[in-house]
Design a protein around this ligand. Structure first.
Ligand code: NAP
Length: 288
C-alpha cells in the first residue's frame, strides 16, 4: 500500500506556525492583516470554498472580508479591485473563480496590485514564476495550488531533482505554474493535456504523476508506473461525494505514495493562501 501524503496533517502544522507569525506581525504593524475575497455572482461551489477560507482565517487570526458583486457589471468589479488596491487596511486580494466567461480574465488580473495578488495571477507574479527564479522563498506570489503541491512533496521528502514529473493539465492556475516550479526544483517535466497522443504512454513513464484535469476517477492503475508518486489535484463533486481525478483505492496498490481527495493537496493549498498573505504583509511594510 502506498504512503498517504496527508495534507490535513501538514496544514495543521502550518496553521500553528501561521498563527504565531500573524500574532507577531500584527503586533509590530499595529493593525490587522486582512484578506479580501472578491466574487462576481453567488456561485454555490465557490461559496462553500470561500467559507473554508473564512474559517481558516479565523483559526489563524487573520481578518477576512468578502465582497460579492454583480456577475453582469464588469466595471463595478474592476472598480472594487482598484479600491481594495488603494486601501492600506487590505493586505491581500483573492478573486474567486469562476469569473463570468465573457470577462477578459487577463485584463482583470492586470488590475490587481501585484503586491496584493496573493494568488499569483498578475502577469508580473506569473512571469517571475516562469522566469525560473521561483522557489517557495522568492518575493513574488506563486499560485497557491502549485505552491501547495510542491510544499507537500518537500514536506514528505519526495525527491524532485532528476525525477521525471508528468503533469496532466496545462491550466494557467495549476498545470503551467506547477511545471515551472518543478523545473525550478530540477525535475524533468512533461506536460500533457486533452490533445496529447497516447496519454497513458506518457503517464506510465512518470516517477511523479501530477493530475489536474477535473475528470472524476480518470487515472487508472494501468496508467501508473509501479512505485510512482501520485499527486491528485482534481476536485470533483459526484453522487458519491467529493472525489479526485485518480482512482484512489486501485492506484494506491501500485503507487509508492499518493494524495487522498479530500485531505491531500486542498488543505495545503489553503495554507499557502495564508502564507502568501503573510508574505504580502511583509512586502508592504518594512518588516523583514
Ligand atoms: P482546467 O482549467 O479545466 O484545466 C484542465 C486541464 O486538464 C486542461 O489543461 C485540459 O486540457 C486537461 N484535460 C481535460 N481532459 C483531459 C483528458 N481527457 N486528457 C488529458 N488532459 C485533459 O482546470 P484547473 O483549473 O486546472 O483544475 C483542474 C482540477 O483541479 C479541477 O478538478 C479543479 O477543481 C482542481 N483544483 C484543485 C485545487 C486544489 O487546491 N486542490 C485548486 C485548483 C483546482 P486542455 O488544456 O487541452 O483543455
Amino acid at each position: 500500500m502506498a504512503l498517504v501524503l496527508d495534507g490535513n496533517r501538514v496544514a495543521r502544522t502550518l496553521r500553528g506556525r501561521h498563527r504565531d507569525e500573524l500574532a507577531d506581525i500584527q503586533k509590530r504593524l499595529g493593525h490587522p492583516v486582512t484578506l479580501a475575497v472578491v466574487r462576481a455572482g453567488d456561485d454555490r461551489a465557490s461559496a462553500s470554498y470561500i467559507r473554508q477560507i473564512e474559517k481558516l482565517c479565523g483559526r489563524v487570526g487573520m481578518e477576512f472580508q468578502e465582497h460579492i458583486l454583480s456577475a453582469t457589471d464588469r466595471e463595478q468589479f474592476i472598480g472594487k479591485i482598484c479600491r481594495l488596491n488603494a486601501d492600506p487596511r487590505i493586505t491581500g486580494i483573492m478573486l474567486s473563480w469562476p469569473l463570468p466567461e465573457d470577462w477578459d480574465q487577463e485584463f482583470i488580473a492586470l488590475t490587481l496590485d501585484p503586491r496584493k495578488d496573493i494568488d499569483g495571477l498578475h502577469p508580473l507574479n506569473a512571469g517571475r514564476v516562469f522566469l525560473g527564479g521561483a522557489s517557495l522563498d522568492m518575493e513574488a506570489f506563486v499560485p497557491n495550488t502549485p505552491a501547495g503541491v510542491v510544499y507537500l512533496l518537500r514536506h514528505y521528502e519526495i525527491p524532485l531533482r532528476g525525477q521525471h514529473a508528468v503533469l496532466i493539465g496545462r491550466s494557467n492556475v495549476v498545470g503551467r505554474p506547477l511545471a515551472a516550479l518543478l523545473i525550478a526544483h530540477d525535475a524533468t517535466v512533461t506536460i500533457t493535456h486533452s490533445r496529447t497522443a497516447d496519454l497513458a504512454g506518457h503517464t506510465r513513464q512518470a516517477d511523479i504523476l501530477l493530475v489536474a484535469m477535473g475528470k472524476a476517477n480518470f487515472v487508472t492503475p494501468d496508467m501508473v508506473k509501479p512505485g510512482a508518486v501520485v499527486v491528485d489535484i482534481g476536485i470533483n463533486v459526484t453522487a458519491d461525494g467529493l472525489v479526485g481525478d485518480v482512482q484512489y483505492d486501485a492506484v494506491s496498490e501500485v503507487a509508492s505514495a499518493i494524495t487522498p481527495v479530500p485531505g491531500g493537496v486542498g488543505p495545503v493549498t489553503n495554507a499557502m493562501l495564508v502564507a502568501n498573505t503573510i508574505r504580502a504583509a511583509r512586502l508592504q511594510s518594512t518588516l523583514a
